[in-house]
Design a protein around this ligand. Structure first.
Ligand SMILES: NC(=O)c1ccc[n+]([C@@H]2O[C@H](COP(=O)([O-])OP(=O)(O)OC[C@H]3O[C@@H](n4cnc5c(N)ncnc54)[C@H](OP(=O)(O)O)[C@@H]3O)[C@@H](O)[C@H]2O)c1
Length: 440
């Protein structure tokens, strides 16, 4: 690659945060200055790196003289051209981004939590009003080029559905449970040892992280403003190795799916839940901590994007892509702004249809099966198959495993409540949606 001419304009960037992603970004920018100048048309110079605690030890490549604990002054410094926010969380990230945008500076961020909050929606409005870029490729699925693909390559497409594996931690856990037959708690401990799960794993295993990404996807893919609180979410903590084993026997793998789909003319459903995915589906082959997003367009048909959804370097790579975009736009006096979004009309969860897998432990005596079947029928849920399995620990009990035909979610929930109320039913186990079965 030809080195950039020394006459190339200089673009000064402020980096807020020097953790896993921020420190990787600094390494990236310092090691590739010439390449980035050719690609962006400017020499990108790091003007300052804001951190919370100046006394903390930093990687050797981070120049000490660039560090500051005064992020608020850095973002409004008139000599700064572009702000990159890599602190995470709602505050002070939200305040700092707002200040940068209000002073006319483009912002690049990887902050899904903020972007999927009411404040995030407001920040996009501020970017519009001020005519500056607010770019966030790294916020969903890390290095996987998803936001730009949806916003640019597929901009003329009517996206019908986006289904993704957008949380690496849970995909790692489910993959290991499936490979080794190990239970959730044991695999979680391994993931924590490997640094693939936080000490407090709630955000990942309860689906909060995936819900924020789903809300962002609803905006990028369908043009609707959605916040995390509007995304119904279910995590993976109730999934047992017995469920995964059963799924495998019937040709499925269990995945935590982020789903955004158009329903009718002007409603959407955005949700996160585990699902049994047929092994023939491309998402079934996404293993370990990898992410993938499967997109269904009206004309483009099906396509899938796959890659590393987290980690300092992969995430910093996506941030650099946005930085180059913001730099080019700044030099050209333009922006990558997309049309204003509409508030979403969310389709009621109870009306969604899906086939289900359900396990219950019942008293092992005549007549119980009839009672149980009647409950399904009374709530308009039709049974596709039923199997009884022997479990050594179930003395005097039988475990029944049902696969249903497609049913309304509301009807399925009432069925579960009614089953749980039967004396003969001692335990209602996992309920998992079965993807790909006829939902009509
Ligand atoms: N890590 C990933 O794999 C990944 C993947 C995709 C997206 N993201 C997103 O990228 C962002 C950064 O994640 P990360 O993993 O790099 O986080 P991190 O390792 O926790 O780093 C956060 C950084 O922010 C700094 N910080 C905290 N409060 C601050 C304040 N008030 N002023 C200035 N700096 C402050 C911290 O300073 P100190 O170092 O002094 O504590 C630290 O350097 C988050 O939005 C995250 O969701 C991360």
């Amino acid at each position: 690659m030809t080195p950039a001419r020394s006459s190339a304009p200089v673009v000064r960037v402020a980096i807020l945060g020097c953790g896993a992603v921020g420190a990787s970004l600094v390494a990236h920018l310092l090691s590739r200055t010439d390449d980035l100048a050719v690609q962006s048309g400017a020499r990108i110079e790091i003007a300052g790196v804001a951190v919370a605690d100046l006394s903390r030890t930093r990687p050797d490549h981070v120049p000490k003289d660039l560090l500051t604990d005064d992020a608020a002054s850095l973002v409004v410094d008139p000599s700064i051209d572009i702000v990159i926010e890599l602190i995470g969380g709602l505050e002070p990230a939200g305040r700092l981004i707002r200040a940068a945008l209000e002073s006319g500076k483009p912002v690049v961020t990887a902050n899904k939590e903020l972007l999927a909050s009411p404040e995030g929606i407001d920040l996009r409005a501020v970017a519009h009003r001020r005519g500056v870029d607010l770019l966030y490729e790294a916020a969903v699925a890390g290095a996987v080029p998803l936001v730009r693909v949806l916003r640019e390559s597929l901009t003329g497409e009517r996206i019908q559905r986006v289904m993704g594996i957008v949380n690496g931690t849970t995909n790692f856990i489910l993959t290991k449970m499936s490979d080794d037959g190990t239970e959730y708690a044991e695999v979680l401990a391994t993931a924590q040892e490997l640094g693939l799960a936080e000490r407090d794993p709630t955000a990942d295993v309860e689906g909060h992280d995936a819900a924020a990404k789903t809300a962002i996807l609803a905006g990028v893919a369908m043009g609707y403003d959605v916040v995390t609180a509007e995304v119904p979410r279910e995590g993976i903590t109730h999934i047992g190795s017995v469920d995964i084993e059963f799924a495998a026997r019937f040709g499925y793998v269990v995945k935590l799916l982020a789903v955004v789909e158009r329903i009718g003319a002007d409603e959407i459903s955005a949700r996160v839940h585990p699902a049994m995915v047929p092994t023939s589906h491309p998402l079934a082959g996404v293993r370990d901590a990898f992410n993938a997003v499967f997109i269904e367009g009206e004309w483009a048909g099906e396509l899938m994007l796959y890659g590393q959804g987290a980690g300092g370097l992969p995430t910093a790579s996506a941030v650099v892509g946005d930085l180059i975009d913001a730099t080019r736009n700044r030099l050209a006096g333009t922006t990558s702004l997309v049309p204003e979004r509409r508030p979403a009309r969310i389709y009621p969860v109870a009306e969604l249809r899906s086939a289900y897998y359900l396990t219950i432990d019942v008293e092992d005596r005549p007549g119980v099966l009839g009672l149980v079947s009647t409950v399904f029928g009374d709530h308009h849920v039709s049974i596709r198959s039923m199997e009884q399995i022997e479990q050594e620990e179930l003395i005097g009990l039988a475990r029944l495993i049902f696969l249903t035909h497609a049913a309304r979610e509301g009807d399925m929930n009432e069925t579960i409540d009614a089953l749980a109320a039967l004396d003969a039913v001692k335990r209602v186990g996992s309920t998992i949606r079965v993807f790909g079965e006829d939902t009509a």
